[in-house]
Write a protein that binds this ligand. Structure first.
Ligand SMILES: NC(=O)c1ccc[n+]([C@@H]2O[C@H](COP(=O)([O-])OP(=O)(O)OC[C@H]3O[C@@H](n4cnc5c(N)ncnc54)[C@H](O)[C@@H]3O)[C@@H](O)[C@H]2O)c1
Length: 460
């Protein structure tokens, strides 16, 4: 055992549990390794818009046995059963007896993994129930809402040895994976700065009387900060080796006034509708400035309540050049005496991720059916995924999770990622509430960031 590993176990304070949980990372374009187990038994909690998309993928992946689904709306579970039947699979057991029925599912069902895509405030209770019952956990983003909740996840992992992965699909999108290769290959030199965020006009979603409309607007009516940080922060965390050689030191955060949702509700909702009568408090644009202990900075934006085109910015800057997203462009010093932008596609052939190429091929080979899962929701006329469309990063995140758990290796995302990437929201709320005062980021790894190796993915 190396000194680093010994230190890791000492710090974790739960040597045997953590040792079970550690594993070698798979390199994605290596030939598939023999699976340690043939079947991964999965229970899914929250089969709504996003959950139904995961269920559609899980039901198609070889080795997955979807044993149980849980949702407060039984009709969502029934649809998951129908989806299983359409794909020739045994329908999963249904848990639909209220908002803590996932606890019964975790206690009664023989499962390896519990995966949740509930509204945000249920992510931690579901993950904790899963780990307490000896199951690995996976959650949609963000994993947790408060500093305390982040510690609860970390402590549950260290006590039980059960993984808790926050499933950040954006880390597996095509441009993000291409940039990952460019960074790992040193094309951008030593990284210095990143700009990213979640810039997505979702005003209409908050006004729905189903799906996100039942909970997302509440978050914007009660909190003020960078509420959805992980789509922007996640890829930068991989590029910058956050918790793997570097860590977040502190941030400052500032919010604009909140106007977008009030004006949208006034224009689109009936006068006496609760969604119109309440006051939204989350600033329309929140900006965080994040500094790492190694002296890198990140500007992270949350901008979801004004009319605007979609973007995650995706700007990564180093000593030899930079890339930006939306659209993907590259500017390198080498051979470019008067720096200008080149189309990212010019660099794609050289730096395309093998994982992405493999993911596309794998998806094309999956079973296709005429009617895919679509949420049965009053008034909903759309499903998250049109039938049989390639899901890109959304496919790869589930594929990688299943691959790791079948092989008995560590998933790409660990509990320290879940805590650190999610906590930015809570820290930003604190800073905004106190005139943008700097707020320290807890070291959830308790020093292990100094010795944990970087994520290796995609055959760099
Ligand atoms: N990664 C992405 O790109 C992406 C995209 C969309 C949503 N999401 C995330 O997915 C999650 C769900 O979002 P959504 O758009 O699918 O919302 P949704 O409202 O459509 O789905 C949530 C589901 O959870 C169910 N639910 C609520 N409370 C529950 C409980 N206590 N126990 C069991 N089921 C419960 C609801 O009935 C609903 O079916 C959120 O965390 C969101 O941030 C991620």
């Amino acid at each position: 055992m190396t000194t680093d590993r010994r230190q890791f176990l000492k710090h974790a304070g739960a040597a045997s549990a953590a040792a079970t949980a550690l594993g070698t990372r798979l390199i994605a374009d290596e030939p598939a390794k023999p699976a340690a187990k043939k079947t991964l038994k999965v229970g899914f909690v929250g089969v709504g818009v996003k959950g139904s998309s995961h269920v559609g993928t899980l039901l198609r992946l070889e080795g997955v046995d979807l044993r149980a689904v849980c949702d407060v709306r039984e009709i969502q579970c029934k649809e998951a059963q129908e989806q299983a039947k359409r794909l020739g699979k045994k329908p999963p057991a249904v848990y639909a007896r209220g908002d803590r029925d996932f606890e019964r599912m975790c206690a009664e069902e023989d499962l390896d993994l519990v995966y949740t895509a509930t509204p945000w405030r249920w992510h931690v209770p579901v993950c904790l129930a899963a780990m307490a019952h000896g199951k690995h956990a996976a959650t949609e983003v963000p994993a947790a809402l408060t500093v305390e909740e982040c510690w609860q996840l970390v402590e549950a992992f260290e006590k039980t040895g059960k993984h808790c992965s926050m499933m950040e699909n954006v880390n597996y999108q095509r441009d993000e994976l291409t940039i990952y290769n460019m960074v790992r290959r040193g094309v951008l030199g030593e990284l210095v700065h990143g700009v990213a965020g979640y810039l997505h006009d979702t005003r209409h979603l908050k006004m729905l009387d189903h799906a996100d409309g039942l909970w997302l607007g509440d978050e914007h009516a009660t909190r003020n900060g960078n509420l959805y940080p992980t789509h922007g922060f996640g890829p930068l965390a991989w590029y910058m080796n956050i918790n793997r050689g570097d860590r977040v030191d502190y941030l400052v955060s500032m919010s604009t006034k909140a106007r977008g949702l009030d004006l949208y509700a006034a224009e689109h909702m009936p006068v006496d509708h609760p969604k119109r009568k309440r006051k939204y408090v989350n600033g329309d644009v929140n900006t965080c400035l994040i500094r790492t202990v190694n002296g890198l900075t990140i500007t992270l934006t949350h901008d979801t309540d004004l009319p605007r085109p979609y973007s995650r910015v995706n700007h990564v800057q180093g000593t030899k050049g930079l890339v930006t997203g939306f659209p993907f462009q590259v500017s390198l010093e080498a051979g470019n005496p008067h720096p200008s932008w080149e189309p990212g596609d010019k660099h794609r052939a050289k730096h395309e991720s093998a994982l992405w190429t493999r993911g596309v091929a794998l998806q094309k080979a999956l079973p296709r059916i005429d009617k895919d899962y679509g949420p049965i929701l009053p008034g909903a006329t759309w499903a998250y995924d049109p039938p049989n469309e390639l899901k890109g990063g959304d496919f790869l995140e589930d594929y990688r999770l299943v691959e790791a758990h079948l092989a008995g290796t560590a998933p790409d995302f660990d509990v320290y990622d879940a805590a650190t990437w999610s906590v930015i929201a809570a820290l930003s709320e604190k800073s905004v509430a106190d005139r943008s005062r700097p707020v320290d980021c807890p070291d959830f790894t308790r020093g292990k960031w100094k010795t944990t190796p970087p994520v290796v993915i995609g055959g760099v």
